[in-house]
Design a protein around this ligand. Structure first.
Ligand code: NAD
Ligand code: LMR
Length: 330
């Protein structure tokens, strides 16, 4: 007898990221080749027609692992019994728009979705937020779901992590799989800090291998931090396939485990580790296992890193205070 399907909700399912994400989930990339999946897709009413077209395509792929697809515009119906909720749907940033402008536009969405998850999701639910501003949207959803343990919420910084791996691999003339222990600290925004001082390339310290502080400070860190904006500039819309791929990577590693001898970057609720204010959704180096995560402790932080980690925390405090002032969190 085949195992019970895992119920995975995806919001914004008719959007750009959805169009890459759904097919990979249905093919087994998220849960593995032995786990059937039921997709539960949430959209706003005007996008349901387009979503029906996407479901026709899902049908036409005849994915053996896809047990059922449900679509709708009511969060409580779609989130009913879900084990994993990937909150992708949001108003994307367009050319010239500041991330701060997104806070208000998206606050209402994540308040309602947090409440709905609190009411109807499965007891073991995990919630990953991709929609921007991801950290603060996760904070809003978490704050509106008091019965779901806080560590079940995360925001996506895996795309930044992957971008960092790829830029560093090019510089060092290695493949991404030769790099371990890279860290994204803080916010999924231009203030994020990609730390390679604890990273390793084939077991050697990555910063020492690179041996070029000016490149790290003036090229590498800004290139990773501004990659999203560069893609918007080039494509005219935000990253989609890479964002979907990172959403899969993050969900898979959360549920099954980060690779042995390595860690991943994930924005999770701060317990005050590394001097980050408690309660912020802040990206840390984490080790994951069976749906749980643990912040990697004991890393030495020098003055250069400290200043960058504090700056991105300060931005998250500002975002938190802004949504508090809007009455979106208590
Ligand atoms: P998109 O505009 O193509 O799709 C978004 C979809 O969300 C639309 O179909 C829209 O109808 C839907 N939507 C809006 N409000 C909704 C609601 N209340 N409930 C359900 N669905 C709703 O955008 P996209 O390119 O797919 O990007 C989605 C989000 O992901 C954006 O916020 C974008 O900025 C963000 N993003 C995050 C990362 C990251 O690394 N964290 C990377 C890329 C993009
Ligand atoms: C990205 O990192 O590609 C996106 O978050 C950019 C954006 O603002 O939508």
């Amino acid at each position: 007898m085949s195992p019970t399907p895992v119920k995975v909700a995806v919001t914004g399912a008719a959007g750009q990221i959805g169009y890459s994400l759904l097919f990979r989930i249905a093919s087994g990339a998220l849960l593995g080749p032995d786990t059937p999946v039921e997709l539960r897709l949430l959209e706003i009413t005007p996008a349901l027609g387009a979503l029906e077209g996407v479901v026709m395509e899902l049908d036409d792929c005849a994915f053996p692992l896809l047990s059922k697809v449900e679509i709708g515009d009511d969060a409580e119906t779609i989130f009913d019994g879900v084990n994993l909720a990937l909150l992708v749907g949001a108003r994307p940033r367009t050319k010239g728009m500041e991330r701060g402008d997104l806070l208000e536009a998206n606050g209402a969405i994540f308040t309602a979705q947090g409440k709905a998850l609190n009411k109807v999701a499965a007891d073991d639910v995990r919630i990953g937020v991709t929609g921007n501003p991801a950290n603060t949207n996760a904070l809003i959803a978490m704050s509106n779901a008091p019965d779901i343990p806080r560590e079940r919420f995360s925001a996506l910084t895996r795309l930044d992590h992957n971008r960092g791996l790829s830029q560093l691999a090019k510089k060092a003339g290695v493949t991404v799989s030769e790099i371990k222990k890279l860290t994204i600290w803080g916010n999924h925004s231009a203030t994020q800090y990609t730390d390679i001082f604890h990273a390793e390339i084939n077991g050697q310290n990555a910063a020492e291998v690179v041996n070029d502080q000016a490149w790290i400070a003036d090229t590498f860190i800004p290139t990773v931090a501004k990659r999203g904006a560069a893609i918007i500039e080039a494509r005219g819309s935000s990253s989609a396939a890479s964002a979907a791929s990172a959403t899969i990577d993050a969900g898979r590693d959360w549920l099954t485990g980060s690779p042995e001898g390595d860690w991943v970057s994930m924005a999770v609720v701060s317990d005050g580790s590394y001097g980050v204010p408690e309660g912020l959704i802040y990206s840390y180096p984490v080790i994951t296992r069976n749906g749980d995560w643990e912040i990697v402790q004991g890393l030495e932080i020098d003055d250069f890193s400290r200043a960058k980690m504090d700056a991105t925390a300060a931005e998250l405090v500002e975002e938190r205070d802004a949504v508090k002032a809007l009455g979106l969190i208590g």
